[in-house]
Structures are given as C-alpha cells and as structure tokens.
Design a protein around this ligand. Structure first.
Ligand code: HEM
Length: 433
C-alpha cells in the first residue's frame, strides 16, 4: 500500500489517524499489505477471512506484540497466555461464566447499581464516563470478592487500575521497549500501582486459602476450580494472573460501552423513551432480575447497536505461527495481522446507513439479513471474550436500573468525540446528566 514512511512504514498513520486509516484500508481489498516499522503487516477486511483467522485456523495464530505488553501486569492470565496453557486455563475459567453463575452475580449487580445511582439527584450534571467506570469496577470487584474489600483495599483497586490501564495502553503503542524502563514519573506510578494491586490480590487469596470460604464469588470459584481432564487446581500465582485479568478485561470495556449507550440515548430521546416504556411495561413495580433480561428485547437491541457503533475493542491483532494462506495472499510467519472491529461494523456494504444509531436493525426479521460474521464486538472463537455473558448482564442491569429512575439528557460543554490516537480499546464519551 502506498504512503508509508521509510523505516516506520504506516506506523505513524496507525498512531495518529487511527480511525481514518483503518476505515480507508477497507476499500482497498479483502487483505491489504502495509508496513509497520520493520514488520510486514496485513489488514484483513472480509468477514469470512476474519472468521478464518479467529475461528477456523485459530491454532495457527498467536496474539502478538500488543498482548506481550499485557503480560507486564497480567503475566499468564487468560487474556495473555498462549497455546496449550491458554486452552487449559480456558477450560477451567469458562464454566465460571455460565448462566447459573451469572444468575447469582446479577443480584449483586443490581444492588451495587441501585446504591450508586441512588446517590444522584434529579437535574444533577454527572460525568458519566467516570461514574460508569467506578460502577463497573465496583461490580467486578464485588463479583470477584464478595467479602467486602474494606476501605484500604477498595481504594487500592480504584487507584491502581486506571494507572495500569493507561500505562498498558501507552506501552502497547510505544515504538521502543526502552521507554518503559526510563526513570520517569509515569513509569514510577505504573510500578507502584502494580505492586499495590499485587499485594491486595495476594492478601485476599491468602485469607481465602487460610479460612476457606462458602461464598459464591469468582475468587472462591477460581480457588476451587479443577481441570476436568486432569483434576489439577490453580496455583496462587495463576489465581493472581486471572484475577487481575478479570479486573483489567472487565472494567474499561463495560464502562466504555455503557458510556456510549448513555451518550446515544441522551441524543435520541425517542429511543430512550421507548426503552423506558418497555421497562415499565415489562417490570411494573418489580425490580429487574436476571430472568427479565432476555425478555427485554428492545434493551438487547439498544445494547447490540451501541456495541456495533462503538465496540470497546476497536482492533484485534494476531501473528501467524507459520506461513499461512489467507484469501489468496501468503502471510509470512511472524507478520502482524490486524483487523478492525470498528471498521467492519461500520462497513456500508454490510450495514445500510452504517453511522446511524438504529436499534431496529437488530429486530429479529432485520437481524437475519446481517452477515453472520459482520458483528464481533466480543471477538470470536477460542480467544473470544470469556466474560461476554457477564458483560451483557451487567450492561442490561445497569441500564435498566438507571433508566427506571432517570431520563438522560446531554450536558453542557464540548461534545464527545472519537479519539484520533490509537489505544486499541475503549474510547469513552463523557456526557449526560
Ligand atoms: C462490553 C464489554 C466487553 C467487551 C466489548 C469485550 C471484548 C472482548 C474482546 C473483543 C475480546 C477478544 C480479544 C482478542 O481476541 O484478542 C475479549 C477477551 C476477553 N475478555 Fe472481554 N469484553 C468485555 C467485557 C469483559 C468482562 C466483563 C470480562 C470479565 C469479567 C471479560 C473478560 C475477558 C477475557 C478473560 C478475555 C480473554 C479470553 C481468552 O483469550 O481466552 N471481558 N473481550
């Protein structure tokens, strides 16, 4: 592809004009070759080929460099591990996100949301991105450790997580690894946040191991989990890796999606009204329960449409383990294979009026027309999101509780905008009251 710089190739385009760049690649073919610094890179655009990478030939790909940076914090947790080790972890962890577990977590989600939004007042201006980050973090921590964390530990989690997320995002796109090691204030804060997080999780794990627990939280389930084939349990180190993975993978993603949902609803009052009517009609005076979520059809459509327009993860990256043929191109082992969920889900050949917020495109009869693999906000295949059902339930409960109590309208101040720089995940608007 033309337009690259010597040595850097198209790396600068990717860093500085992410959205325009990834969307422009879609018009150039199903597989587009370009350069990222010294490496060959390929953008894969066709949904069938994306499926081939994520599902059919998944074992021929590793996750790649961006995820290697994640190992600084999550070491060999589910998100960052590879190969047989990953498959073993996945076998242990996936059952903890089955329907029966989510059903138990849903009550906790509702209580936390009620307490959180109960503190708002009618007419108050609220920074929704911050509120929803706090809410998502409280939800994940309470579901992980149902025993109250205590003030010191909660504070450690709340202070450390944003620093870790920001540091990981910066490291993932840094041109050289040396920058991570310089004695800068940012690097110092990152190191301190990491050790706070480590001692918090290790402390709680040691207490659970020492005293035993009859609670139904995720940490207790991780400690009790056994590989169905071998009967083996998880070491403390592995438990730490997966707990920190859940905190990282499950907070900013859900908070970002919820922030965009609130933003879109506040700008489309008729859609918000329709959603509130559905909630009133279906729930009457009852509080929302897990069993209601699947029956709130329009709420599900609003969430699907939000995640189509604003997928929390914009781009996925893979690295072929061996040379592999894809759509008539030979991708060499070690090259970077990249595809943009954002660009795929706004492709005009796959979605009519792709930039419009139209939850009705997900009504049963219309949804049947959409290409099966053109909607992948949670990825797909063996590396697809382990927390997808959890995130769905959490988003639905939070929106239901919030919209029964409040009507959102846009706040004063500058409008939300899509960031132009690359972080690979979770851009959030900051609107609403
Ligand atoms: C709206 C919310 C969420 C979105 C959009 C989302 C999206 C994704 C995506 C796209 C991936 C695949 C990454 C890849 O293939 O490279 C992923 C993986 C993952 N997600 Fe989520 N996620 C969300 C919420 C959550 C939650 C709440 C949790 C846990 C509590 C979670 C845990 C994970 C884990 C553990 C993985 C790695 C799975 C593996 O590699 O086996 N996610 N997520």
């Amino acid at each position: 592809m033309p337009g690259g710089y010597p040595f850097l190739g198209h790396a600068l385009h990717l860093r500085s004009q992410l959205l325009e760049f990834v969307r422009s690649l879609r018009t150039r073919g199903d597989v587009v070759a370009f350069r990222l610094g010294p490496r060959d890179a390929y953008a894969v655009n066709h949904p069938d080929l994306i499926r081939q990478v994520l599902v059919t030939d998944a074992m021929s790909f590793l996750k790649g460099r961006v995820f290697e940076k994640g190992r600084l914090v999550a070491r060999s947790g589910l998100f960052t591990s590879e190969g047989d080790f990953h498959l073993r972890q996945r076998r242990i962890i996936q059952p903890l996100f089955r329907r029966a577990h989510i059903q138990q977590y849903a009550a906790t989600m509702r209580q936390i949301t009620q307490a959180h939004v109960g503190a708002w007042r009618d007419g108050q201006e609220v920074r929704m991105d911050r509120e929803l980050f706090d809410l998502a973090l409280s939800t994940v921590t309470r579901v992980l450790f149902s025993t109250q964390l205590g003030e010191g530990r909660s504070e450690a989690a709340c202070r450390s997580l944003p620093v870790l997320l920001e540091g990981l995002g910066r490291r993932a796109v840094a041109p050289i690894d040396l920058l991570d090691k310089l004695p800068t204030v940012m690097n110092y804060r990152f190191g301190r946040a990491l050790s706070l997080m480590q001692s918090m999780i290790e402390g709680i794990t040691a207490e659970y191991r020492a005293c035993g627990t009859d609670t139904v939280d995720l940490l207790a389930a991780l400690l009790a989990a056994r590989d169905e084939d071998t009967g083996e349990g998880m070491s403390d180190e592995q438990v730490y890796d997966d707990v920190v993975t859940m905190l990282i993978a499950g907070t900013e993603t859900t908070a970002g999606a919820l922030s965009w949902a609130c933003f879109l609803l506040s700008r489309h009052p008729h859609i918000q009204r329709r959603l509130q009517d559905e909630l009133d009609e279906h729930l009457g005076d009852r509080e929302v329960a897990f069993e209601d979520l699947g029956k709130l059809g329009f709420l599900q459509q609003v969430m699907a449409e939000t995640l189509r327009l604003h997928p929390s993860t914009w781009m996925l990256v893979r690295r072929p383990v061996t040379d592999i043929e894809l759509g008539g191109h030979l991708l060499p082992a070690g090259s970077t294979v990249l595809f943009s969920i954002y660009a795929l889900q706004r492709d005009p050949t796959l979605y009519p009026h792709p930039d419009e917020f139209d939850p009705d495109r997900w009504a049963t009869e219309c949804a049947a027309q959409i290409h099966r693999d053109a909607y992948i906000p949670f990825g797909a295949g063996v590396r697809g999101c382990a927390g997808e059902q959890f995130a769905h339930a959490e988003m639905a409960v939070i929106l239901a509780v919030m919209l029964r109590q409040y009507t959102l309208s846009p706040a004063s101040g500058p409008p939300a905008r899509l960031p132009s720089r690359s972080s690979g995940s979770s851009p959030c608007p900051a609107p609403c009251h």
